[in-house]
Write a protein that binds this ligand. Structure first.
Ligand SMILES: C[S@@+](CC[C@H](N)C(=O)[O-])C[C@H]1O[C@@H](n2cnc3c(N)ncnc32)[C@H](O)[C@@H]1O
Ligand code: SF4
Length: 300
């Protein structure tokens, strides 16, 4: 399967279906083809060849990075596959916000780790300054790359699932930039989104309904208004420390009473706030470990 998850591509010149695995290639790379500039098969073929060359140069010594989703926070909600994998790794990396004592992903994974497991922490500051954020993850990727170059198989544990707003993606992107031969294996985890919906006993979406995930702190008010109008169901993550704007937008669209705020889902201190209003928001302190589910057709 290709990096973007597609299984097959279509060669438009020769009307052919092509399997998009690590052997995918343009049907006739040396022939002129007017579709080439936008052809996924051709692009993927180039990328595969580049990876193979790099892998051949480093293969004997380079370890694999395993991105392991540990689930929403309850150690019982980590998958068997994740537990098995964690036992086999030489080094386990976990990220930790600068100045914060614990890594929640580590707290979740800890009961499943062998007593002698080597755990290393990667620090980062939560910032929306793209350059500063990238620089931190480039620095962290260097540390992980050193470990991989020494032939160690490494893991990076992340809350929820590695494919959803996870720092794992920033680590993986920077690693690949530094060393295209890096091999990645990803173990899915139960996401906060599905864990929270199931906690509330509500379907996230049914039949033909749409579902939109919104990183609230990074969406401009005008865009937010459009999203609120266009979606049947919404999940707000990354709720900003001043969430009054978000509440105002929900109010303006008549959706405040359709919103439920879930804090510390699957963690000690879990709370569900149903009657949302400005006052409730003032009283509640927990923002980072929280998300909001809005269902326009009601919570059934
Ligand atoms: C960096 S994203 C990680 C998402 C994760 N990879 C997943 O699959 O759900 C972090 C966001 O997830 C949500 N989140 C994380 N932990 C949570 C928890 N215990 N309860 C509710 N929401 C949580 C918050 O909205 C937070 O801003
Ligand atoms: S670039 Fe190659 S694979 Fe893509 S359409 Fe043209 S001939 Fe087919």
């Amino acid at each position: 399967m290709s990096q973007n998850g597609l299984e097959y591509g279509y060669c438009q010149k020769y009307n052919k279906k092509i399997l998009l695995d690590e052997n995918a290639e343009c049907v006739h790379p040396r022939e002129y083809c007017k579709f080439r500039p936008s052809c996924l098969i051709n692009e993927l073929g180039k990328e595969n060849r580049r990876r193979k060359r790099a892998a051949e140069a480093h293969a004997p010594s380079l370890g694999t990075l395993h991105g392991v989703g540990v689930g929403p926070g309850d150690p019982a909600m980590i998958t068997l596959q994740a537990v098995e994998r964690l036992k086999k790794l030489d080094i386990i990396f976990a990220s930790k916000k600068a100045g914060v004592e614990e890594s929640i992903a580590h707290t979740v994974a800890k009961p499943h780790l062998p007593p002698a497991a080597e755990v290393r922490f990667l620090e980062f500051e939560a910032t929306y300054d793209r350059e500063a954020f990238d620089a931190q993850w480039a620095k962290n990727a260097k540390v992980v790359l050193e470990a991989l170059k020494s032939g160690k198989d490494c893991g990076y544990i992340t809350l929820g699932d590695p494919s959803l707003y996870s720092t794992f993606s920033h680590l993986a992107r920077n690693l690949r930039k530094m060393e295209p031969a890096v091999r990645l294996e990803i173990i899915p985890g139960v996401s906060m989104v599905t864990a929270a919906a199931n906690l509330l006993n509500v379907p996230l979406a049914i039949d033909g309904e749409s579902l939109t995930l919104i990183p609230s702190a990074q969406v401009a008010p005008a865009h937010l208004r459009d999203l609120l109008r266009d979606s049947d169901n919404l999940v707000f993550m990354k709720i900003p420390s001043d969430a009054q704007e978000l509440i105002k937008s929900l109010e303006a669209e008549g959706l405040l009473h359709h919103a439920i705020w879930i804090q510390k889902c699957c963690l000690p201190g879990q709370r569900v706030v149903k009657e949302l209003n400005h006052e409730a928001l003032e009283e509640e302190q927990e923002r980072y470990l929280s998300l909001m589910i809005v269902k326009k057709k009601g919570m059934v």
